[in-house]
Design a protein around this ligand. Sequence first.
Ligand code: BGP
Length: 458
Amino acid sequence: MTSFPDNFLWGASTSAFQIEGGYMEGGKGLATTDMGTGGPDVADNKVASDHFHHWKEDVDLMAELGMKVYRMGFSWSRIMPDTTGIPNAEGLEFYDQLINYLLEKGIQPFVTLYHFECPMAPVEEFGGWASRKMIDLYLKYAEICFKHFKGRIKMWATVNEQLIATSSGRLNGNTEKDPKQYAKVLYQMSYHVSLAEHKAISLLREIDSEATIGPVCAIQVIYPRTCKPEDILAAEYAEEMMQYYLLDMSVYGKYPPYFESYLKKHGLYPHTEEDDAVCLQDSKPDFIGINYYFSGCVEAREDGPEYGIFPPWAIGDYKMCENPHVLKTEWMANGIDPKGLMAGLRKTYHRYRLPMIICENGMAYSETLGEDHKIHDTYRIDYLTQHILQVKEAVDEGYPVFGYCPWSFIDVVSSHQGFSKRYGLIYIDRTEKDVKECKRYKKDSFYWYQNVIKNNGL
Ligand code: BGP
């Protein structure tokens, strides 16, 4: 029996565009994520898990699970459908009901403001994050949320996985065709996101000094393929190009030297303005949200950068490669590596000295409901057990991890691979194309996790 600290926040995660559905209902504006989530053969997010119509039932299920915190997202385009800065009353009303009911059930809402879903209006009007105008719009949206939910929402996340949010043109509207120019826009967007994040943190301090806020980072635990010194350095470069440049900006308001010199050397450094440095260094997050699914492996790159490859952020003095030591499955193509979580928590804490909460960690699997209406997901129970054990070890060693939220509370539509890729503790009865009634069925992992929470440990 491994017991966690008494106030440990057990929860579960979702994001707005992946769970809600309610496409264009209740005054919602269009978002990039409404344009499809991965091609013609897979589910889009128009219905998703139909949480928009099942929210009450879902909160009842969260209460039954025993969740202490619900890591969720607001849909920016539901709250602010256009660029006028005027909120959509119906959108706020939807979240009022949801937040109030969560609080009534004793579940703390932990809300991400920006989780991949970019409103289309600013993308069409001025190119979204490519323009500084987006900073003001995000700030207006944040201000509306901070004021409206003051006293009810005490934990906010600024941005989910800035790495992906700024790399995926499908999510942010970067339509540059030339691969190098695409990368230039990517880093300009990312710089604007960092400015917006700092301004939002400062704004929250003014509006609600009791609330806390932090970024959510997809931590990159990168191993060198061999012990060749070149590979060891390549792994360090990779972590800097995929993680530290983002978190260094969030926490210290500066880019790390290698990243900065790399961008300058290749003509990718963003346009900055005089007062930016003050704004970037004026605020600091309260915590770091950690998303972790798998680790990565690299080797040294001897040739120059290669643009236009996937993932698009994989430019730098390294090449991604296979790690033969981790177990790969259908949907976990990079392999399963619980120890990587421990490595990531250690490195993140050593560099930033901030408390951490696991915002996402989970196991994807293709599942179909049996005749008994059950899903015996032992693979997921095993995955989560192994990762929770690493969190426990970190906590025991003194690392300040104050919560754990597996991805995902219920099955949701994947960010880019439809509905067959399921992570939920609860099964949603729908297929890629047939949404049926989206009935909820508890998987074996639901009951298992319910016990974990009840026992405050494994
Ligand atoms: C993270 C995102 C989540 C979720 C998760 C699972 O990167 O923050 O929103 O999508 O990954 O990934 P996928 O949906 O690609 O399977």
